[in-house]
Ligand binder design. Structure first.
Ligand code: SAM
Length: 229
């Protein structure tokens, strides 16, 4: 049987899963990520959690067809409710969802995070909300990645238990991403700048506080882009 292949986005997420981790992949859809990791021998045990029946069934049949049903438990569950004590989960992946949903899943499932050593999160937007949740719940960022695939730019946040205090700019632009200032990082924020600049043009001169807020965001982007050059 052919081995599971991943998108560049999910492959980057997989790269942050520690060797030998006991993984829960929340929102596992086709179970591609756990299948890839188990087939590669990087991990031996995973839970694939999925809240919607259709994707749950496709995850289940993929795992069964790959002959991995004893290594990957596929469960129909909301968020971290997929985790049971005996799973002894040490790593969590949540990818391909909005940042607010990821933060809400973590918030609702805090009791399932006790033995977890690493969170690998790939929000499709609102990365600042995820960073804020991590900071407020005693996690520290240990790595970040940014990549482009099919004309979309994705950020990946990797966190472990610990403390951090991020500035407003670090919450928005990232801790490591801002320091590294890669070409893709610059492209993302140039594009955000263009959108904000367009939005500013639509706001009447009389709406001074709205104009100020947008101008401030543009100014922050200009500063960060300038510093990361
Ligand atoms: N993680 C895969 C990826 O990154 O390619 C699938 C991403 S897909 C866009 C999001 C998946 O998360 C969907 O299958 C959706 O049903 C599932 N999902 C959304 N909210 C969830 C929740 N609270 N608990 C479990 N799964 C959830």
């Amino acid at each position: 049987m052919e081995k599971t292949r991943l998108s560049k986005r999910l492959e980057t997420v997989a790269g942050f899963v520690p060797e030998g981790a006991r993984l829960v992949d929340v929102g596992s859809d086709h179970a591609y990520l756990p299948l890839f990791l188990v087939e590669a021998g990087k991990i031996a045990y995973a839970v694939a959690g999925e809240v919607v029946r259709g994707p749950f069934e496709s995850a289940l049949s993929n795992v069964q067809e790959a002959g991995q049903a004893s290594n990957i438990q596929v469960r129909l569950a909301n968020g971290l409710a997929a985790v049971e004590d005996q799973d002894q989960i040490t790593a969590v992946t949540i990818a391909g969802m909005g940042g607010r949903l990821i933060a809400a899943i973590l918030e609702a499932g805090q009791d399932k995070l006790k033995g977890v050593e690493r969170l690998i999160l790939q929000p499709n937007n609102r990365e600042d909300d995820v960073r804020m949740w991590l900071q407020e719940h005693d996690y520290q960022l240990v790595a970040e990645a940014i990549l482009e695939e099919n004309e979309k730019i994705y950020e990946i946040l990797v966190a472990e238990p610990g403390e951090m205090t991020l500035s407003a700019k670090e919450l928005r632009f990232g801790l490591y991403l801002q320091q590294e200032g890669t070409t893709i990082f610059q492209k993302k924020w140039q594009s955000e700048r263009s959108k904000l600049s367009w939005a500013l043009d639509q706001v009447p001169e009389t709406h001074r506080s709205d104009r100020f807020a947008i101008s401030q965001k543009i100014k922050d982007i200009d500063e960060v882009l300038h510093e990361s050059k």
